[in-house]
Write a protein that binds this ligand. Structure first.
Ligand code: DGL
Length: 255
């Protein structure tokens, strides 16, 4: 069981930002990444639809022998993590949520902007997270429906991206935020342009590190970690399975 892979799932290529962190945290592990780029973006879909796609993909990954599943997608986590845990009670399933807790701990009483998909921001999981911290800071929800497609086509910088970012972020930039939470796993790949648009002041934060640490903690607790020092591997797969998407996946992993 220990030598089986850790499956990492996202609606597309964004979860590779979490995979990088997982590999850094647990270099001795085998990772099986699956991006559902054929059906991306999930963030503009109905909740039922996101849940059905996530369950189908999780089933395939467990059938391929995964010892654990990391849902490296905020959107899929908010729509499906409870159902996944009900369906696979004996499995290790780790999700990701916008790093609001981290932002509040670093900027108590601060102004925090949360960039995420429409689906993440409308789900009750995010409402509950916001309720926990709303009294301690000023939280501004910022839906960014167009950014995922930029990452899916490998356009990580450039004037079109900057223009879109300015349009999507503008309503939230006055007064200047103290922190910006990248609440979608695609967004860390756009970090450079996001920082330029929000200015040098705000700190950009994401949940990849916390998710990787949680995955390691859960695997350790279950006695399922491989011995440190053993060579690990990464297999990148995608529902599109074209040479272009696999080359872009490799590029993002190297970023
Ligand atoms: N990467 C996903 C997330 O973390 C969303 C991308 C999508 O809309 O498909 O929310």
């Amino acid at each position: 069981m220990k030598n089986r892979p850790i499956a990492v799932f996202d609606s597309g290529l964004g979860g590779i930002s979490v995979l990088r962190q997982l590999v850094e945290q647990m270099p001795q592990e085998h990772f099986l990444y699956f991006g559902d780029s054929k059906n991306a973006p999930y963030g503009s879909r109905a909740t039922e639809d996101i849940r059905a796609l996530t369950l189908k993909n999780a089933e395939t990954l467990f059938a391929r022998g995964a010892k654990a599943l990391v849902v490296a997608c905020n959107t899929a986590t908010s729509a499906a993590i409870d159902t996944l845990r009900e369906r696979y009670p004996e499995r290790i399933i780790v999700g990701i949520e916008p790093a609001l807790k981290l932002a509040v701990s670093r900027h108590p009483k601060g102004r925090i902007l949360v960039m995420a998909t429409d689906a993440t921001l409308r789900e009750h999981k995010f409402a509950a997270l916001m309720d926990r911290f709303a009294a301690q800071c000023d939280i501004c929800k910022c839906p960014c429906p167009e950014l995922v497609s930029f990452v899916e086509r490998g356009e990580l910088t450039g004037p079109a991206l900057e223009k879109t970012l300015r349009r999507e972020l503008e309503p939230c930039l006055q007064p200047e935020p103290d922190a910006v939470v990248l609440g979608c796993t695609h967004f860390p790949f756009l970090r450079e342009t996001i920082q330029r648009v929000v200015g040098a002041g705000p700190e950009l934060l994401d949940g990849a590190d916390g998710t990787a640490k949680e995955a390691e903690r859960r695997l350790k607790e279950a006695g399922l970690l491989r011995e440190p020092g053993l060579p690990g591997t990464v297999e990148l797969t995608n529902s599109l399975q074209t040479a272009e998407i696999l080359a872009l996946s490799e590029r993002l992993l190297e970023e």
